[in-house]
Design a protein around this ligand. Structure first.
Ligand code: GCU
Length: 591
């Protein structure tokens, strides 16, 4: 039957209204090397509105008050400058009580002036918007990004005016095909929670710069790779003054690389030696501050700069009580200082990419890092859209943090079922990580085989290091089974116990068999480290978790919306008894 053309109103009848705003997919292929670049931040006070029905998209509010063909001003349902205000960056959940558990679209908008100077290009960077977002500038739809933990970039040169209005519709609704999917044991924050900024660039500029020690070169070769955007750049110049390096890199097709003989002082947790690296190409200049180190796997051990070591750390969510996911540098420093206090050298940034500031601060403080994309639990491994998004998020993370010496492991997921679809999905991600980066190990936090009582996950064959989450003493009551599980397992590659532990309410004391007391958690840690210390193939440990964190999953009288497996209370003011068990263990755990 023919559709009734006349009786059809786009903004109320088009069920696919979101689709047209997801067509310009920002997939990580366009990026800008932005470390240490001067930028104009659009952070600060924005107007915002909880757009529960996505009316902005349906009625195209971003086109401002509309007129029809006869110039008749159509009635409007918004006044951007009269709306509530919100701080950017922040998570809306922590800004206003009524948005604590809000899931849906939030419209962010502000105006800003732009006066052209001698730049030829302007790039907008959104540090992170949880979980997907659509960008509109001066009434024009610019693009759509999906993935709440990685930055994205847009060339806005042609869209900028002197007076500008930017609108970003951010949506954190949990959907089955999303990464992460609808069920997670952490809080579903939302918002523009990392900085939004503009970069002014010459017509031809440096869009990628990567530098690292060449693996297997005996710490004697440095490889630098440059990619430029724009015409007319035949060469780039690289300078590392403290190494006496001044090198011209020839470019062809906008790309160039060089391998230099050099023996830099190596970066390590004990000696986090950083160097300033300067790159000039055409009128563009960037400065990277990085360290040189080699991380590798051999047999069932891991090596840093040729020396075997144990990775002594703790898992950690990106969250603080006052700021949610929008953590401050001070809060990051505090977390890394706690790792040092525990006699640790390592931290597992679970379960998604934390802010790039975390790895930069770890570079300075000397803490090794496991970074992870949120391929968590029951992902829709069979969906091509989900597969594509997983590859996009991993590529965005590796591009962002490639030059960070503290980062040694890329993790492609956590606690996923051992199915064929999952093996294809995560095996493909492991291959992609290796394609993009030969200087780091690839891992994932896997489950152990409860029937066979051993490590037997098919994904392990695709990994350099196998992460294992096991909760003997909590979800599995018997520690003698932990010994049996360990004795039954004969891995041919290093294993990191990426999770173990127990819940305890800070300050709640009682018997060592009384769940949720500090004494129970203490005993669990004592038993865990006793068993772990006997297995030479366990190359690392990151118990769950550094401090208590928010989750809608945990609702008993002790938890009240928090997962209490932290070694510290959520505000990090209270060290539980288990903290000292781990500290003592890390002081004596050696190869
Ligand atoms: C799982 C999962 C964590 C979760 C933890 C728990 O292993 O990886 O995200 O919080 O167990 O049960 O507390």
């Amino acid at each position: 039957m023919a559709e009734h053309e006349g009786a059809f109103e786009e903004n109320i009848h088009n069920r696919e209204y979101r689709k047209k705003y997801t067509v310009k997919k920002i997939d990580g292929s366009f990026t800008l090397y932005d470390n240490n670049r001067k930028s104009e931040k659009l952070d600060g006070i924005w107007h915002h509105h909880a757009d529960v029905y996505d009316t902005c998209l349906r009625q195209e509010w971003f086109k401002e008050p509309r007129k029809d063909q006869e110039g008749w001003t159509l009635p409007w349902d918004w006044d951007f400058n009269e709306w509530e205000t919100i701080k950017v960056p922040s998570t809306w959940n922590t800004q206003q009580e009524q948005y604590k558990l809000y899931e849906g679209s939030m419209i962010y908008t502000r105006t800003f002036r732009y006066e052209k100077d001698d730049e030829e290009k302007v790039v907008l960077k959104v540090g992170a918007a949880y979980h997907n977002s659509m960008v509109f500038l001066n009434g024009e739809y610019l693009g759509y990004h999906e993935g709440g933990d990685t930055p994205y970039y847009l060339d806005v040169t042609e869209s900028l005016q002197e007076d500008n209005r930017i609108i970003i519709s951010v949506n954190n609704t949990r959907t089955p095909g999303r990464i992460p999917t609808i069920f997670t044991d952490w809080y579903n924050y939302g918002g523009l929670y990392r900085s939004v900024e503009l970069f002014r660039l010459p017509a031809a500029y440096i869009r990628e710069f990567r530098i690292a020690l060449v693996p297997g070169s005996g710490f004697s070769k440095i490889r630098a790779e440059v990619e430029v955007e724009g015409k007319g750049m035949e060469t780039a110049s690289l300078s590392i003054p403290e190494l006496g390096i001044e090198k011209t890199i020839s470019l062809s097709g906008g790309k160039g690389s060089v391998v230099l003989e050099s023996r830099p002082e190596l970066w390590s947790p004990e000696n986090p030696r950083l160097y300033d690296v300067h790159v000039t190409a055409g009128e563009d200049y960037i400065r990277e501050r990085t360290g040189f180190r080699e991380f590798k796997v051999e047999g069932t051990s891991v090596f840093l700069n040729g020396e075997a070591l144990k990775l002594k750390g703790v898992s950690c969510h990106e969250e603080s009580v006052p700021n949610g996911k929008s953590v401050t540098n001070e809060e990051i420093r505090e977390n890394l200082a706690l790792i040092k206090e525990l006699n640790g050298n390592f931290i597992r940034l679970a379960h998604y990419p934390h802010t790039e500031r975390a790895a930069r601060i770890a570079d300075e403080m000397g803490v090794l890092i496991w970074e992870e994309i949120p391929v968590y639990w029951a992902i829709h491994f069979e969906s091509q859209e989900t597969i594509d998004n997983g590859r996009q998020q991993l590529s965005e993370l590796i591009k962002r943090d490639y030059n960070r010496p503290s980062v040694i492991i890329w993790s492609v997921g956590n606690e996923n079922p051992d199915t064929d679809d999952r093996l294809a999905f995560m095996g493909g991600l492991a291959d992609l990580a290796r394609e993009l980066d030969d200087t780091r190990a690839v891992s994932a936090a896997c489950l152990w085989d409860q029937k066979k009582m051993k490590i037997d996950d098919r994904l392990a064959a695709k990994l350099d290091i196998v992460g294992i989450n096991e909760y003997f003493g909590w979800y599995n009551p018997h520690f003698d089974l932990l010994e049996k599980f360990f004795d039954n397992s004969h891995p041919d590659k290093p294993v990191i116990i990426t999770e173990c532990g127990a819940g305890a309410k800070a300050g709640h004391h009682g018997g060592r068999n009384e769940m949720f007391t500090e004494e129970y958690q203490e005993r669990t840690y004592e038993e865990q480290v006793r068993c772990i210390s006997k297995q030479p193939w366990i190359a690392g440990l990151t118990p769950w978790i550094l401090y208590d964190f928010r989750t809608p999953v945990r609702c008993n009288k002790f938890q009240k919306g928090y997962n209490l497996k932290g070694l510290l209370s959520a505000d990090k003011s209270h060290r539980k008894l288990a903290f000292f068990v781990l500290k003592d263990f890390f002081a004596r755990w050696t190869i």
